[in-house]
Ligand binder design. Structure first.
Ligand code: SAH
Ligand code: SF4
Ligand code: F3S
Length: 449
C-alpha cells in the first residue's frame, strides 16, 4: 500500500541511545520521503512519533510521563500518536490496551513500513512488531541527519549476548549485519560529514554477510573513504575484541583514540552471573594490550551498581578497577529488573538505599579520577571539532577532541563543523577550556571541493 502523507507535519521525539537517535533520523526520513513535512514540536504536528528506550525502568517511566503530556494535548486537538523503538517492541499490545490514545506501535524492524502504518492507523490502531531475518537497507536517501558534519552509520542491529540484566536482545532481536558495500556507500554519500560514527550494539562481532570480512576490515574500508577525518564506533564488547581490531585502530590515524568498552562490574563473580563472558583479569589484560598499541587511547565505560547478589566486596572490586584503569568517563546506573531478562526471574535483593549509596560513591571516585585525566591535557594544543556555541558562556564555543573530551573555548567565529586547534589552559572534571589558535587548521567540508 503506497500512502501519500503530503500536507501532514511530523514530529519525532527520541529517548535512549545513539542507535535510537539514528533510527529517529530514519523515521523522519521515511515519513518525509512519503510527502510529510517537519513540525517544530508536538504542538503543530499531525503525526507524533515517540521513539522509546526500555533499557532501565527509569527510561520507560520517562516515556509514560511524556505520553501523559501528549494525552492532554490530544484532548484539545486531533493528531496521530505512534510509539516506536524498544518499549514499543517489548510492550506491544499492552501499550494500546492501556492507552487508547495511541494510534500505532512500531517496533525497530518496521520503520520502512511507516507510511503504510500511518495510513492504516488513521482508521484503527496498528501494531507492527515482527522481526525480519535479514538486514533491511534504509540508506542515506531516507535519513534526515541531525548534523551535517557528523554522521551515524549503522553497521549491525540486535544482540545475541543475553547479558542477564539486559532487555536489548528482546527489544532489538538477533544480530543482523549490514553488507559492507552499503556501509561504505552510506559513508561516501554523507559528503559533508568529517566525522563518522559506526553504530551497533556489539560492533566487534561484525561479519560482512557477503565476504565474511570482520570489523577490522570494515574499519579499514571506511577509513579509506576520502574526506573521512575522524572515525569512531560504538559499542564494543570486551569478550570479543580481537587483536586484529587493535591493529586496525593503530594503523589508521583516522580511527579516533577513544573507545567505549562497557565493563559493568569489576568483580569476576558478578560478571559471571551477569553472563558477560569475561573476567576482571581478562578485561584488564585487554586494556593493557590496547594501551600498548594505542598510547593516546582514552577509555569510557558503563557500570551497573546493585546487580542482584552484589556484595560490598564486589563493589569495592569495581572501585579498584576504576582506579587501576583510569577511565576518561563512565556511565553508571543502578540496576533495575527488566521484563523477559534472566536476572528479573530472581530477587532484586540489593536494597535501594545501598544502590544509591554505591552509585554516589562510585561517581565521586570517578569524578576525582577524571579530574586528573583532564588536568593532564592542560598546556597542550589539541585538534577540536567544533559543535557550536557553548551552552554555558556567551561568546564561547564548544567542541570535542579526537579522544572525545569536551572543550569550551574562545574563538573569533563559530567553529561548528570545522576543526580548530585549541590551546588548553585549564580543566575541570568534565571539560577542558582554552582558546582557539588564530591560525588553527580550519578544514573545509568534504562537499565543498
Ligand atoms: N550494547 C551495549 C550497551 C547496552 S545498554 C553493551 O553491551 O554494553 C547500555 C547500558 O545500560 C549497559 O551497558 C548497562 O550498563 C546499562 N543497563 C542495561 N540494562 C540495565 C539494567 N537492567 N539496569 C541498569 N542498567 C542497565
Ligand atoms: Fe545488552 Fe549485553 Fe547485548 Fe550489550 S551485549 S546489548 S548489555 S545483552
Ligand atoms: Fe534503549 Fe533500545 Fe537503545 S533499550 S539503549 S533504545 S537499544
Amino acid at each position: 500500500m503506497s500512502v501519500s502523507l503530503t500536507g501532514l507535519k511530523v514530529f519525532v521525539r527520541t529517548f535512549g541511545c545513539q542507535m535510537n537517535e539514528n533510527d529517529s533520523e530514519h523515521i523522519a526520513g521515511i515519513l518525509l520521503g512519503a510527502g510529510a513535512a517537519r513540525a517544530e514540536g508536538p504542538e503543530d504536528a499531525d503525526i507524533v512519533v515517540v521513539n522509546t528506550c526500555a533499557v532501565r525502568q527509569k527510561s520507560e517511566e520517562k516515556l509514560y510521563s511524556y505520553l501523559g503530556r501528549l494525552s492532554q494535548m490530544k484532548k484539545k486537538r486531533r493528531f496521530l500518536l505512534g510509539v516506536a523503538g524498544c518499549v514499543a517492541q517489548v510492550r506491544r499490545a499492552d501499550l494500546v490496551g492501556k492507552r487508547p490514545d495511541i494510534d500505532f506501535v512500531a517496533g525497530p524492524d518496521s520503520y520502512l513500513d511507516l507510511p503504510e502504518i500511518v495510513g492504516r492507523a488513521a482508521e484503527s490502531p496498528v501494531i507492527r512488531t515482527e522481526f525480519g531475518r535479514d538486514w533491511k537497507e534504509i540508506g542515506a536517501a531516507s535519513t534526515v541527519r541531525q548534523s551535517a558534519w557528523s554522521a551515524f552509520v549503522p553497521v549491525m542491529e540486535g544482540c545475541d549476548n543475553f547479558c542477564a540484566y539486559c532487555i536489548v536482545p528482546f527489544s532489538r532481536g538477533r544480530e543482523k549485519f549490514r553488507p559492507l558495500p552499503s556501509v561504505v556507500e552510506e559513508v561516501r554519500a554523507a559528503k559533508s560529514a568529517v566525522e563518522i560514527q559506526l553504530l551497533g550494539q556489539n560492533v566487534n562481532s561484525y561479519r560482512d554477510p557477503g565476504s565474511g570480512t570482520g570489523f577490522a576490515g570494515l574499519l579499514e574500508a571506511v577509513a579509506a573513504v576520502p574526506g573521512v577525518e575522524w572515525l569512531r564506533f560504538i559499542t564494543s564488547h570486551p569478550k570479543s575484541f580481537g587483536d586484529d581490531i587493535i591493529r586496525a585502530m593503530a594503523a589508521h590515524p583516522k580511527v579516533c583514540p577513544a573507545l567505549h568498552l562497557p565493563l559493568q562490574s569489576g568483580s569476576s563473580r558478578v560478571l559471571e552471573r551477569m553472563n558477560r563472558g569475561y573476567t576482571r583479569e581478562e578485561y584488564l589484560a585487554l586494556v593493557g594490550r590496547l594501551r600498548r598499541s594505542l598510547p593516546e587511547l582514552l577509555l569510557m565505560t558503563d557500570i551497573i551498581v546493585g546487580f542482584p547478589g552484589e556484595t560490598e566486596e564486589d563493589f569495592e572490586a569495581t572501585c579498584g578497577l576504576l582506579r587501576e584503569v583510569g577511565f576518561a568517563g563512565i556511565f553508571s546506573f543502578r540496576y533495575s529488573p527488566r521484563p523477559l531478562t534472566a536476572a528479573a526471574a530472581g530477587p532484586d535483593d540489593v536494597p535501594l538505599e545501598v544502590k544509591r549509596r554505591r552509585l554516589i560513591a562510585l561517581q565521586a571516585l570517578q569524578r576525582s579520577i577524571q579530574a586528573g585525566i583532564y588536568r593532564s591535557f592542560v598546556g597542550r594544543d589539541l585538534r577540536v571539532l567544533g559543535t557550536g556555541p557553548s551552552p554555558k558562556g556567551a561568546g564561547r564555543f564548544s567542541g570535542r577532541t579526537a579522544g572525545n573530551l569536551v572543550v569550551n573555548f574562545d574563538a573569533p567565529a563559530d567553529p561548528a563543523g570545522r576543526f580548530v586547534t585549541v590551546r588548553i589552559t585549564g580543566s575541570g572534571p568534565y571539560s577542558l577550556h582554552g582558546s582557539a589558535l588564530e591560525n588553527g587548521d580550519v578544514s573545509v567540508f568534504r562537499g565543498e571541493n
